[in-house]
Design a protein around this ligand. Structure first.
Ligand code: SF4
Length: 113
């Protein structure tokens, strides 16, 4: 069911928090994986570093998360900012480009034998 989506664990911003709130149209049936997330205890602001690094405690939490792939893919599909799937937006962009390169190389290799 489509609806306005705000990353659920971002609803508890501390007073004075400058963390952004997402407000995008999304099919909420695609959000099943959020119930399995590993980041209940991470402060929302920690998901929005300066985009050049992922805080170590967030990175460790994401790497142990059972829905890391779903989280990353969700962020890529909806072009979200902040850390999702253990990657910043810039890192996700690089990840997508590298995946496309690998896919193209595999396709070319399959075509040429
Ligand atoms: S990958 Fe990280 S940000 Fe995404 S749900 Fe898991 S712990 Fe949370």
């Amino acid at each position: 069911m489509p609806g306005t989506f705000d990353r659920p664990w971002h609803s508890g911003h501390r007073a004075g928090s400058t963390g952004p709130s997402l407000n995008i149209e999304i099919d909420t049936r695609d959000l099943w994986w959020m119930a399995l997330r590993n980041c209940y205890d991470i402060h929302p602001d920690d998901f929005f570093p300066d985009d050049s690094y992922v805080p170590l405690h967030v990175l460790a939490t994401c790497r142990a998360c059972p829905v890391l792939n779903e989280c990353r893919d969700h962020a890529i599909t909806h072009q979200l900012t902040g850390v999702w799937g253990g990657l910043t937006a810039r890192q996700r962009s690089r990840w997508v480009k590298n995946n496309h390169r690998r896919a193209a190389a595999a396709k070319q290799k399959a075509a040429t034998g």
